[in-house]
Design a protein around this ligand. Structure first.
Ligand code: FAD
Ligand code: DHB
Length: 389
């Protein structure tokens, strides 16, 4: 097979890039290790920043998102018996976020790829990029057959555990990592959400988050030790713990029901530099991970895709390689800002097992300062709705 751009990974990053390039007449092939059903069964992001929503529209995939997604102009932080609202709209100059599940958005991208006869190969095993500093090609196995795809560029959009980043020599790649001593236990339930706006709750028993996918589908999280497994958490235990961490009036109106999905995600901050090696470009979780507290992960992937998309269009349409040359530096500058924000939100809102009484005082002071300073709220809002691409 031969194509212009071979994209490893059929998650939101890979599919979005493939769709955008297709609309510009640039050929791509997407290689995905899992089945489509498996990719669509992963419950992950729920909050999309303005720039991501715009990119969905540019990819001609925004119709259902605009119909079914909810625009949120603020969220609540519950702390020390108080419920303080962050007015995103007021403090970000009129911006907002869209609550629309990653699962739905991925489904929309798959459907668009199908409509346009885009090539997305599922169950591609042993995917391997080759000759990245020369004339690149990618091989994969399907059953007993090894298939080779010749291409101009390889895009590594294969998530944190993918093969792309690992194919950059260790002498070239520098990795920065911080692992947090806890995870998030998430539950999806077909119940009416407890609050029309998200509630991020700081509590001495641990952080909790009330989120949603629609007015009939709730998504809740509680901070748990890394040693816990999903089997340790019956639905009953989960609801009880969630209620204990929420303000009394919120806990009192929480509607519980059977979980339809339950999973634990460890929290990690990670950046790999550079994001380009020869003709390989990394994008999304393949190059960087944030703890989910600031809802930045998918949104950081979006800016990578935006930069790559424009750089590849400039290359193919104008013979201009500046965008490709600057990609890594440009993407990393924004990535590190998302890292800083996610680290800050995580540090302010979680209970750390080894924290000193001094640290706890600082956490509370951080929150007191936030809600006493318009400048601090403006800073939070500007980061949460997404810094400009
Ligand atoms: P992925 O979604 O990981 O996709 C990579 C794809 O590559 C996968 O389909 C995988 O199967 C495939 N792949 C892997 N290895 C190979 C291989 N060797 N060959 C071929 N294919 C391969 N972000 C936000 O912005 N807002 C939120 O509210 C938010 N909430 C979150 C909540 C939770 C609980 C979690 C876990 C994450 C959350 N995130 C959030 C982060 C967000 O889900 C990720 O940043 C996003 O999935 C990244 O997309 P991606 O396409 O880069 O990577
Ligand atoms: C969700 C996840 C987040 O990390 C976040 O900050 C907000 C919402 C969610 O899954 O709904």
């Amino acid at each position: 097979m031969k194509t212009s751009v071979c994209i490893i990974g059929g998650g939101p990053s890979g599919l979005m890039l493939s769709q955008l390039l297709h609309l510009q007449g640039i050929e791509t092939v997407v290689l995905e290790r899992q089945s489509r059903e498996y990719v669509l069964s992963r419950i992950r992001a729920g909050v999309l920043e303005h720039g991501f929503a715009e990119l969905m529209r540019e990819a001609q995939c925004g119709e259902r998102m605009d119909r079914e997604g909810e625009i949120h102009e603020g969220f609540i932080i519950a702390h020390n018996g108080r419920q303080s609202r962050v007015d995103l709209h007021k403090y970000s100059g009129g911006s907002s976020v869209v609550v629309y599940g990653q699962t739905e958005l991925t489904r929309d991208l798959y459907e668009a790829r199908d409509r346009m006869n885009g090539i997305v190969i599922h169950n591609a095993e042993d995917v391997q990029p080759h000759d990245l500093t020369g004339t690149p090609y990618v091989t994969y196995r399907q059953g007993d057959e090894i298939v080779r795809i010749d291409c101009d560029y390889v895009i590594g959009a294969d998530g944190f555990h993918g093969v792309s980043r690992k194919s950059i020599p260790k002498t070239v790649l520098k990795e920065y990592e911080k692992v947090y001593p806890f995870g998030w236990l998430g539950v999806l339930s077909r119940t009416k959400p407890v609050s029309p706006e998200l509630i991020y709750a700081r509590h001495e028993r641990g952080f909790a988050l009330c989120s949603l996918r629609s007015q009939v589908l709730s998504r809740y999280y509680v901070q748990v030790p890394l040693s816990d497994s999903v089997e340790d958490w019956s639905d009953e235990r989960f609801w009880e713990e969630l209620k204990r961490r929420l303000p009394e009036d919120v806990a009192g109106r929480l509607i519980t029901g059977p979980s339809i999905e339950k999973s634990i995600a460890p929290l990690r901050s990670f950046v790999a530099e550079p994001m380009r090696y020869g003709n390989l470009f990394l994008a999304g979780d393949a190059a960087h991970i944030v703890p989910p507290t600031g809802a930045r992960g998918l949104n950081s992937a979006a800016s990578d895709i935006y930069y790559l998309y424009h750089a590849l269009v400039d290359h193919y349409k104008k013979g201009d390689d500046n965008g490709l040359g600057n990609y890594s530096a440009k993407a990393l500058a924004r990535v590190w800002k998302a890292q800083r924000f996610s680290w800050w939100m995580t540090t302010m809102l979680h209970t750390f097992p080894d924290s000193l009484p001094y640290d706890q005082k600082l956490q509370q002071t951080d929150l007191d300062y936030l809600f006493s300073s318009e400048a601090a709220q403006r800073s939070l809002a500007e980061n949460y709705v997404g810094l400009p691409f």
